[in-house]
Every structure is written in C-alpha cells, then in structure tokens.
Ligand binder design. Structure first.
Ligand SMILES: C[S@@+](CC[C@H](N)C(=O)[O-])C[C@H]1O[C@@H](n2cnc3c(N)ncnc32)[C@H](O)[C@@H]1O
Length: 295
C-alpha cells in the first residue's frame, strides 16, 4: 500500500511535511515568465528567484540527509533576451546549502520544436549574424543534501526492499541511462491532450530519476506538481508521494492522470487538501498566451 498526498497551495510553505522525511525530490518549476506557458506570472526575475530560494529552503528542510533533489529546467528567452534560469537555480540551491552533483541534458527529438523554429531566418538570409539555433534540450540538475551513507541505509531498509529496488541493468544499458545526455521524447502537443496548457515533462523523466535515486516504499516529493506526472510514476514504481500545486484549476487533470477514482479501492491511498493560499491560474495564463499570439 502506498500513500499519495496532494496539496493545493503555495510550495513556499510545505508545513504539512515533517523535517527529514522525504527521500527524493523530482520537479520542474515554472520557467520564469516563459511566453507560451507563464507570461507575466512574476513581477520581476528577482521575484522568480526568490520563489526558487524559498521553495529550495523548504526542500532542504524536508529532505533526508544524503538524498537528492532533481530540477528539470531551461533558460528562457523573453523579448529576445536569454535569462540564465539553470545557472541561477544552481547558485540559489548552493546558497540554500545543497551541493551541486549532476547535470543531465534531456535531448528531445529534432523533428518537433514546441516554441518556434528560429533557424528558418538563416535560410531566408544566408549571411553572417542571422544565426538563431533551435533549442532541443532541457537541463536536469541534481542537488544533494549532505553525505549519503550506503551501509546505514541498507541496514535500515532490510535486504528485501534492497533487492526489490534493484535497477534493471539491461534497460540501463540499452536505453543509455548511463550517459549525461538522455534522449527522451517530450509530451507531444496533440489536440485535446490531458496536459494542454501545462508544461508537463514526459513520464520517462521521473521514471528514471525515481528508479535511480529512491527505494521502493520511500517517499518522493514534487513541489510544482502541474498535471501530476510525478505522482503517477511514484504510484507505478511503488513509492509514496507528496505533491504541491498552487493552481486549483489543475485538480481534474491531476485526478484523471493519477487514476484518483479507479485506484481508490486498490493498493493506493490518496489525500487531497485544498489550502486557502491556492489560486486559479490556468484560464488566466491561457488567455494571456492567446493574446500574445494575436499580437
Ligand atoms: C512546469 S509546471 C510542472 C509540470 C509537471 N512537471 C507536469 O509534468 O505536469 C510548474 C507548475 O508549478 C505550479 N506553481 C507555480 N508556482 C507555484 C507555487 N508557488 N507553489 C506550487 N506550485 C506552483 C504551476 O501552476 C505549474 O503547474
């Protein structure tokens, strides 16, 4: 039996979670004011980094010593200027107390680019200074809280859980999990898809991270839950989970993704809490995206 708690509220306060009780964080924060996802959500870049810092401090508090937090992030281009989101998140997390451990490049297939094909400019103007490459990657940056002790953990968990959490080496080799570049197809922008209007990551990302960094029966947290991808994968991989999401409008999407109705009678227990600091964001943001596209 695994337990999954979803809290609608601001992740700057994760007061429901006891100190040192989380074994892994997998998340992707909003990418500052990304024009096609979060236009004008934050009053300034400083305010955005303040959010990352406040949530980072809470992650540090709740994470067990030695365990890791994984952020899927990307630099963002706004009005032709690139904001160094990945570097700044690394710096903020180091200030909070984490050590910076890994950077994995998530490479998406070339055929599909979600935002815009910038490179076409050079085809029209085949001269120097018309080079605008198309972006096909995001960063997965991984931070650790203090030192991990393999022997102590093994003793605490016992042999059975240890064995059950063994990583499938064939898959590890075949799918090249061992590289710092992971080739994974992104969530495709199909009409009417469940995640429409949410910048979701594909299930394969939490699947790899949860498998590589947590044991069965441990607890995974996603402070920016979005459509609920991390919870869905935690259920499949027999981990417990906590998820925070500020936008109440995502409730039906999350419920559908995690199988809230179907799974209730089975091996999974859910709790959903709606706090007073939750808001309604999605419709407001989508209207803004539409008006930006019209301009
Ligand atoms: C990039 S999306 C996460 C997508 C998610 N990984 C998925 O697969 O669907 C970031 C989410 O963070 C939420 N968010 C923004 N600010 C927040 C805050 N202060 N506390 C909790 N959630 C927040 C947004 O509403 C959005 O759904």
């Amino acid at each position: 039996m695994t337990f999954h708690r979803i809290i609608f509220g601001d992740a700057r306060n994760m007061g429901e979670i006891p100190d040192n009780s989380i074994h892994l964080v997998v998340t992707s924060p909003p990418y500052y004011n990304a024009p096609f996802d979060y236009p004008d959500l934050f009053p300034s870049y400083g305010a955005y980094l303040d959010l990352i810092k406040d949530v980072g401090k809470e992650i540090y508090r709740v994470l067990e010593k030695g365990r890791v937090a994984c952020f899927v992030v990307q630099d963002v281009r706004i009005n032709k200027e690139l904001y160094p989101v990945t570097s700044d998140i690394i710096n903020v997390m180091r200030e909070v107390g984490f050590s910076y451990k890994e950077r994995i490049i998530w490479r998406k297939p070339e055929g599909y680019i979600r935002i815009s094909r910038r490179s076409g400019v050079l085809l029209q103007h085949s001269y120097p200074m018309y080079f605008y490459p198309d972006n096909i990657y995001e960063d997965i940056v991984i931070f650790q809280k203090g030192q991990y002790n393999h022997a102590r953990k093994r003793k605490m968990l016992g042999d059975q859980i240890f064995r059950d959490s063994r990583i499938d080496i064939k898959k590890f080799q075949k799918e090249k999990w061992y590289l710092t570049v992971w080739d994974i197809t992104n969530v495709l922008p199909l009409e009417g898809r469940l995640e429409e209007g949410v910048a979701s990551f594909p299930e394969e990302i939490p699947k790899r991270l949860i498998t590589l960094y947590s044991f069965k029966g441990e607890t995974v947290l996603d402070p920016f839950l979005g459509s609920g991808t991390t919870t869905k994968v935690a259920i499949e991989l027999e981990r417990n989970s906590w998820g925070y999401e500020i936008d109440l409008e995502l409730e039906p999407i999350i419920k559908e993704k995690i199988g809230f109705i179907q799974k209730r009678l089975s091996e999974v227990e859910f709790e959903i809490i709606k706090r007073k600091d939750a808001t309604r964001l999605r419709t407001f943001l989508q209207e803004k995206v539409k008006s930006k596209r019209r301009r």
